[in-house]
Design a protein around this ligand. Structure first.
Ligand code: ZN
Length: 313
C-alpha cells in the first residue's frame, strides 16, 4: 500500500485497500479507484449519491462551470452515482486534485440539498446502513437494489453473448483498415519516408473497423485483426520493395524478375540484407505496437460489467 495515499485516506476519514479509497466524506459516500496500480491511466473519483432531479445541475457544475478549476478530464454517470476522471501525472498532484474535488463537490451537493445517507441506486433511506458493494466504486446500498441491477446487467450481457459473431463482416472491416495502412505505407515508401510507421496505423484501423462492421469484441477478434494486419502489411512491404527494384532494374537496362533480384541481393549482398531486414523488423515492430495498443483496449472492453459487481464483506 502506498504511504502517501494511506496518510491522505486517514486525513480524510477514508478506508484504503487494494480496491482504492472509500468512505463517507462531508456526509457523502465517495470512492476512488486504485490509480497507482500499473496500467490505470486514470484516477476515478466516485460520488455515490442519488441525484434525482438535480443530476443536470450537478453535471453542469462538473463538466462546465468547474471543469477547468478542478482539472477534470471526464465525467461519467450511471445508476450508482457520478464518476469524475482525473489524469494522474504525479501522486502528490493527484492527491491535491482529489482533495479539491472532494471538498468542492460535497459542498455543492449539500447546497443542492442532496441526501448523502440515501441508497445511491434508489434514493430511499437505508435502514441499518445497507450492505457494502462494489460497482464502479465501493459504497453502501440496499442489497435488493444491488441485486436488481446485477440481474439487469447480467441479462443484458447474456443478450449480447447470444448475438451473432459476424466474423465475416468483422474480417472485411479489418481488411479495409489494414489496407488503409498499406496505402499509407506505399505512399510513404514512394516518397522515401519511414514507411514502417504506417503499420501502426493499419493495426489500429483494422481493429476499429472490425467492430464498426459488426464484429464482436472477443478473443477471435484479436486473432483475426493480428493476422490480417501482419499479412497485409508485410505483403505491402515486399511488393513495395520489389516494385522499386523493378523500376531501378529497368532504368539500368537489367532484365529478369525483380522478385529474383531482390532475393538474390538480400542473400548475396550484406549491405542490402542489413537494410532490408532493418526495414522488415521496423515494419513488424510498428505493427506489433499498434496491435498491442488495440489488444489492451479490446481486453479492457471485454471485461464484463457484472464481473466487477460484487458484495463486499
Ligand atoms: Zn435502494
Amino acid at each position: 500500500m502506498n504511504k502517501k495515499i494511506t496518510e491522505f485516506a486517514a486525513a480524510h476519514g477514508l478506508v484504503y485497500d487494494k480496491e482504492g479509497m472509500r468512505g463517507v466524506f462531508n456526509g457523502y459516500q465517495v470512492s476512488t479507484n486504485n490509480f497507482t496500480r500499473a496500467l490505470s491511466a486514470a484516477c476515478v473519483v466516485g460520488f455515490h449519491v442519488n441525484l434525482g432531479a438535480k443530476s443536470g445541475e450537478a453535471l453542469t457544475y462538473l463538466t462546465v462551470t468547474n471543469k477547468k478549476a478542478l482539472q477534470i478530464s471526464r465525467v461519467m454517470t450511471d445508476g450508482s452515482g457520478i464518476y469524475v476522471v482525473l489524469v494522474p501525472f504525479t501522486l502528490g498532484g493527484t492527491l491535491k486534485k482529489i482533495d479539491a474535488l472532494l471538498n468542492a463537490f460535497t459542498q455543492y451537493l449539500a447546497s443542492l440539498g442532496i441526501d448523502g445517507s440515501a441508497c445511491p441506486y434508489c434514493g430511499q433511506p437505508m435502514e441499518g446502513g445497507g450492505v457494502l458493494v462494489s460497482d464502479g466504486g465501493a459504497f453502501h446500498a440496499h442489497e435488493k437494489c444491488f441485486n436488481e441491477k446485477l440481474a439487469a446487467v447480467t441479462e443484458a450481457e447474456n443478450v449480447e453473448n447470444s448475438m451473432p459473431n459476424n466474423y465475416l463482416q468483422g474480417t472485411a472491416g479489418a481488411v479495409l483498415g489494414a489496407l488503409a495502412g498499406c496505402a499509407v505505407f506505399a505512399i510513404l515508401f514512394a516518397v522515401g519516408y519511414l514507411a514502417s510507421v504506417s503499420s501502426l496505423v493499419g493495426a489500429i484501423l483494422a481493429s476499429l473497423l472490425y467492430t464498426k462492421f459488426g464484429g464482436k469484441n472477443n478473443k477471435i477478434k484479436i486473432l483475426i485483426v493480428a493476422v490480417v494486419t501482419l499479412v497485409l502489411i508485410l505483403l505491402t512491404f515486399l511488393i513495395c520493395n520489389v516494385v522499386s527494384l523493378h523500376i531501378a532494374l529497368r532504368e539500368e537496362g537489367i532484365g529478369g524478375s525483380a522478385w529474383y533480384w531482390l532475393f538474390y541481393a538480400v542473400s548475396a549482398d550484406e549491405e542490402v540484407a542489413r537494410l532490408f531486414w532493418r526495414d522488415f523488423a521496423l515494419t513488424v515492430f510498428f505493427a506489433l505496437l499498434g496491435l498491442a495498443f488495440s489488444v489492451v483496449t479490446m481486453i479492457r472492453e471485454q471485461k464484463k460489467v457484472s464481473k466487477g459487481m460484487k458484495k463486499m464483506p
